[in-house]
Design a protein around this ligand. Structure first.
Ligand code: NAP
Length: 285
């Protein structure tokens, strides 16, 4: 039932058609018994300022942001907190009595997935991240804060990797290394405790593709993670499993970052299982 005092939340992005967030967040509100509704809004890059102003004018509780707005939104906000300020990427806006505050739940979402689903503690470990885009950035900052011993960045283009490396150094005094040549990549694969695919390679509809990384060189026990969650088991994870390596898919990060956004808006953490069931049902369809 839509009631007069219902609180409005939403997703700003372009495109938003395939997003799972509306199913997820509406189920979260329902299970928490909160009178709120979450809508997907297609917001073009040139309309972002107007859409952010509407959060205030319509007294919305807040929004999530997706491609292409996570960085561009920062100058439009009153404040940016925590990981969002460090990584320069906002995925959640909270409207606190007209003050718009930006947060990022991506890094914490990944860390929770790593800890709860894989029992993995990043402190003192060696990690390789494939990709240097928004997701790689969120994960790199969060893991660096968690006390990684070494971080190697493998990316197609040197430019974004260099920018991430520079920001990690300047903002956290953390030295990551950019690895480019094949022999170097093989060497870091052999040293890694954790390898993370933060590129879209292998994502539906190109599900038969795999990141170009020598999984055969990984040592036994090296945890192989894929942030891609569509399909739930990527070809890359399948191959890692066949090599006897432990694996972690992207579904957990998706669930936890969404639960953390809901907690920022409502002050309450929704229960995990009903949300996991909703998202899995849609992804398996
Ligand atoms: P993004 O900002 O566009 O960055 C993509 C990165 O992947 C870039 O560094 C890019 O390299 C690299 N890349 C793109 N195509 C490639 C290819 N064909 N071969 C090798 N590298 C390639 O994207 P993003 O937001 O970081 O998202 C990356 C992936 O993470 C997506 O699949 C997304 O669905 C997933 N993700 C999952 C979650 C979750 O909750 N599980 C959350 C966020 C993102 P260049 O720098 O050279 O362009």
């Amino acid at each position: 039932m839509i009631q007069a005092n219902i609180k409005l939340y939403g997703l700003f992005g372009d495109p938003v058609g395939h997003s799972l967030s509306p199913f997820f967040q509406n189920e979260a509100f329902r299970t928490l018994g909160i009178n709120a509704v979450y809508f997907p809004f297609t917001v073009k890059a040139e309309d972002l300022a107007g859409a952010v102003a509407a959060i205030r004018h319509l007294h919305m509780g807040g929004v999530n942001l997706t491609i292409p707005h996570k960085e561009a939104v920062i100058p439009l906000l009153d404040k940016v907190e925590g990981d969002a300020a460090l990584s320069g990427s906002v995925n959640t806006i909270v409207n606190r009595d007209g003050e718009l505050i930006g947060y990022s739940t991506d890094g914490d979402g990944f860390l929770l997935s790593l800890q709860r689903e894989a029992g993995f503690d990043p402190q003192g470990k060696t990690c390789v991240i494939l990709g240097a885009g928004g997701a790689a950035r969120a994960v790199a900052f969060r893991l660096a804060r968690e006390g990684l011993a070494a971080l190697y960045l493998v990316n197609k283009g040197a430019e974004r990797a260099a920018a991430l490396q520079k920001d990690l150094k300047e903002r956290l005094d953390f030295q990551a290394e950019y690895v480019a040549s094949r022999p170097e990549v093989e060497k870091v694969a052999a040293a890694a405790d954790l390898v993370i695919n933060a590129t879209p390679v292998g994502m539906y509809p190109e599900s038969r593709r795999m990141p170009d990384f020598p999984l055969e060189s990984c040592k036994p026990g090296c945890l192989v993670c894929d942030l891609v969650y569509r399909p739930l088991e990527t070809m890359w994870l399948k191959k890692a499993g066949e090599l006897g390596l432990p694996v972690l898919g992207g579904l957990g990060m998706l669930i936890y970052q969404g639960m953390l956004s809901c907690q920022l808006w409502t002050g309450r953490m929704p229960e995990e299982e009903p949300l996991r069931a909703v998202v899995k049902r849609i992804l398996e369809r």
